[in-house]
Design a protein around this ligand. Structure first.
Ligand code: MCN
Ligand code: CUN
Length: 795
């Protein structure tokens, strides 16, 4: 099915909304648009204290001495804690999500600028911050490793001397694909194009920074933690392991969250400090980062230097792709990815093309920079992978002097090849790429634009058209090979229908703005025929929801969405037995008609799901052997990931006098299988496209040679506003996932993954008269200008 989206969304009043999927207004918006959301910083508890963190001003230095006496003497200060004090309790180090360790507070050395060195708990936020100034730290500066390319030099200072026997900055090596087979294909290829490309370090920069309120109850030994967490259940287990607290005594609540984008997946030292602060003082303790703290110390994204190679025949058949990657992991390996995937899902760098061979070798290193390595709408590094392959395809088109859209069309995996096993071991569940590509070309008016461009070139005007086609892998993941720190990536779901036919569904995922309270009610409504307005969605509270791994990697729909559909079907199966008793016919004689069971051939005999709910709880006998009540729970373990895809086309104009890039148009055609709420999908796509334009044109966390972070505020770390982005034009196709119960694939990260190469390809296309084949992001006016002058150096 290929459908073109309505330009003017036909929003419907929720009261009139059909039972299930469709354009329903978000149930959560009335509280958000009135400013009545409840975020961590809105939590106010009696006697609550405030925590502030002292951070290292240096990227690499030995801690010689810390004098906290003046801070302790501050009249409003309740506690001052250093790494040494934590070390006494065995809490100075914590595990990261990648089986590394990270300092909660530095003991021996600081390893990046902004690292946590000490914390103060005081009566108010101002006093806590004032007291930080009173702490005197004596640092002995060490040479810093700020350039990933020199991290493995023999004379480079060793950052992780805390790790036994560590004598260099090597973090890990990883490879995928078949090196020899790929070499053989490269040897016989007519054309080989090589290109180095850097995906710079960027930051998710959610509107709400990270923070928490920790409340340890000394009487019953229970800990309640309100925190900005994308994965409350996984965090609870980790706290239990780190702090040695019994898991049933810990309750993690993720209230409303003001954006996550992956930034709120890891456990940060601030959370652990707050817990310690509350245990020490016996009072609730609140910690909220400011913007600079968020930018300099929390999970960054990307930071890959990629040597790409693509091999093809002279008539444009792509044969193989090979890459060697140098990955900057910062001072601690905090990458959040399934354990067996140290490079996340970068292995899908073969893209949407039918290749004969592929190979990747990666070396990851430590540098004196903040840890992180997955965050920012990446689907576990697929952003980097898609950028690599989509830039390489454009480089090949440049060399062969063919149209980049045609080159893609000629190399796509064909619909009949699905399920398609890639040369790096992924099995794409379903796909039909050509209609999506053709639709994007039609929507944008591709042929006309090429004519316009040719015309403009004769006048010296710079206009570029950039294509990108991506395949994503989302919905981690099958427990047989995916876990995070030993926790399998399955999701629980629980559904209870009350006697009056209203229902509550409890999820293990946690929304940060994706609209789960609406879409999950719609998923259940579609299966069981109760209006979405009558279904309450409970999430983000470990005491009140079943165990599961949380929201990231666009996994909520593929995993928890499947769980919600299946739990509803389980309830419906029970309802059917009750209906058969009520209508005095056998189960086989009943038809389901969304919301009621009807006797086959007798349209007048039926019972509604609401009637059945009352009977399930009410007077009268139920069919033999059936327990009362109408509820169920399940734990869903996906059999595969889902593989959404999309075709994006960007049109830019460049001012030849300044190098400034203007994104004139952007067309995005997405396929996420069955669409639950098209309005929410469009919102997700719009947000992701904005992210992508930001990364392509302006975002970068940069460092000076001493490791000082140069992007610690929104004055220096630029994010796009309404002024920099065009009116988004969207379309869609629907290719359901064959293994997902409702055929849905994830979409939350698609646009961020797919859009940067479209923008970069457009800019490079515009610069063709200057003979430019590549320039690294962010394509700021100065970089574009240098590329035009031929003076741009590799970044
Ligand atoms: N959806 C749908 N039909 C589909 C697929 C999805 O209607 N076929 C809906 C879902 O029901 C859900 C939303 O779209 O309401 C996103 O679903 P999904 O793709 O499953 O992604 P998640 O819910 O798991 O969200 C995570 C994803 C990630 S990983 C990042 S990063 C990101 C993103 O979502 N962070 C966001 N979008 C964000 N949007 C907001 N507002 N804030 C963030 O922090
Ligand atoms: Cu990779 S950012 Mo999202 O997975 O939370």
């Amino acid at each position: 099915m290929t459908v073109t989206e309505n330009a003017a969304p036909d929003l419907v009043n929720n009261d009139e909304h059909p039972l299930g999927h469709g354009r329903m207004l978000r149930k959560e918006d009335p509280r958000f648009i009135r400013g009545l959301g409840k975020y961590c910083d809105d939590v106010q508890l009696r006697g609550m204290l405030h925590l502030a963190i002292l951070r290292s001003p240096m990227a690499h230095a030995r801690i010689v001495n810390i004098d906290t006496s003046a801070a302790e003497a501050h009249p409003k200060v309740k506690a001052v804690v250093t790494g040494a004090a934590l070390a006494d309790k065995g809490l100075a180090w914590m595990p990261t999500l990648s089986n590394d360790v990270q300092a909660v507070l530095a003991t021996d050395k600081v390893r990046f600028q902004g690292q946590e060195v000490a914390f103060v708990v005081a009566e108010d936020r101002y006093a806590a911050r004032d007291a930080l100034e009173l702490i005197d730290v004596d640092y002995e500066p060490l040479e810093a490793v700020a350039d990933v390319r020199t991290a493995l030099a023999p004379d480079a200072p060793v950052i992780r001397d805390d790790l036994e026997g560590k004598e260099n900055n090597h973090c890990f090596d990883w490879e995928t694909g078949d090196a020899a087979a790929t070499q053989a294909v490269f040897d016989r290829a007519d054309v080989v194009v090589k290109q180095e490309m850097v995906y710079p370090r960027v930051h998710p920069a959610p509107m709400e920074t990270c923070g928490c309120v920790a409340d340890f109850d000394r009487v019953d030994g229970g800990l309640t933690l309100w925190s900005t967490s994308q994965a409350p259940h996984a965090h609870r287990t980790l706290y239990a392991l780190v702090a040695g607290l019994p898991e049933h005594k810990i309750r993690v609540i993720s209230p409303d969250i003001g954006g996550g984008f992956g930034n709120k997946v890891p456990i940060y030292p601030g959370y652990v400090c707050s817990i310690v602060g509350s245990m020490l003082t016996g009072k609730p303790v609140k910690w909220m980062e400011d913007r600079s703290e968020n930018l300099i110390s929390t999970g960054f994204a990307r930071d890959y230097v990629m040597q790409g190679e693509i091999a093809a025949t002279k008539d444009g058949k792509i044969l193989a792709i090979r890459t060697d990657v140098l990955a900057d992991h910062g001072a601690f390996n905090g990458t959040a990815a399934p354990v067996k995937y140290p490079a996340g899902f970068f292995g899908v760098f073969t893209g949407s093309y039918d290749l004969e061979a592929a190979y990747c070798h990666m070396t990851a290193v430590y540098t004196n920079k903040a840890p992180g390595g997955v965050a920012y709408a990446c689907s576990f590094r697929i952003t980097e992978a898609v950028y690599l392959v989509e830039r390489l395809v454009d480089c090949l088109a440049y060399e062969l002097d063919v149209d980049p859209a045609d080159l893609r069309l000629n190399n796509f995996i064909k619909p009949e090849q699905f399920p398609y096993a890639t040369k790096t071991g992924w099995v794409y569940d379903s796909g039909n790429y050509e209609p999506a590509m053709r639709q994007s070309m039609e929507l944008v008016g591709y042929a006309d634009l090429r004519r316009e461009q040719a015309d403009k070139r004769t006048r010296g005007e710079l206009m570029g058209i950039g294509c990108s086609f991506f395949t994503e892998a989302v919905g981690a993941g099958p427990r047989k090979d995916m876990d995070i720190l030993g926790l399998g990536m399955a999701d629980g779901c629980e559904l209870r229908v009350h006697p009056t036919g209203k229902a509550v569904v409890r999820l293990s995922v946690q929304s940060q703005g994706q609209g789960h309270e609406t879409t999950f009610a719609q998923i259940v409504a579609e299966e069981i025929g109760i209006p979405p307005g009558d279904i309450e969605v409970v999430h983000g509270d470990t005491d009140n929801t079943p165990f599961g791994l949380g929201t990231y990697g666009s996994r909520s729909t593929p995993v928890s969405g499947a769980a919600a559909a299946l739990v509803a079907r389980k309830v419906r199966d029970k309802a059917k037995i009750i209906a058969s008793g009520m209508l005095e016919v056998s189960v086989a004689d009943l038809d389901w008609d969304k919301g009621s069971f009807r006797v086959k051939g007798d349209p007048t005999s039926s019972v509604t799901i609401q009637d059945i709910a009352m009977r399930a709880h009410g007077a009268g006998d139920l069919p033999e052997g059936l327990e009362g009540g109408l509820e169920a729970q399940i734990c869903y373990n996906p059999s595969n990931l889902t593989y959404p895809f999309g075709a994006y086309i960007c049109v830019v104009d460049i001012d030849p006098g300044t190098g400034a890039v203007k994104v004139r148009r952007f067309v995005a055609v997405d396929d996420c299988g069955t669409r639950i709420n098209p309005m929410i999908i469009e919102g997700q796509v719009h947000g992701g496209l904005t992210d992508g334009v930001g990364m392509a044109l302006m975002e970068m966390i940069s460092f000076d040679p001493d490791g000082n972070c140069l992007s610690s505020s929104f004055m220096d770390y630029l994010i796009p506003t309404a002024l920099e982005v065009p009116h988004w034009e969207t379309g869609f196709t629907v290719t359901p996932s064959p293994h997902h119960p409702i055929g849905a694939k994830g979409v939350g990260e698609s646009a961020t993954v797919g859009s940067p190469p479209a923008v970069v390809n457009a800019v490079i296309d515009a610069l063709r008269p200057y003979g430019v084949r590549h320039a690294d992001m962010p394509l700021t006016p100065s970089r574009v200008w240098e590329a035009m002058q031929g003076t741009l150096k590799p970044s």
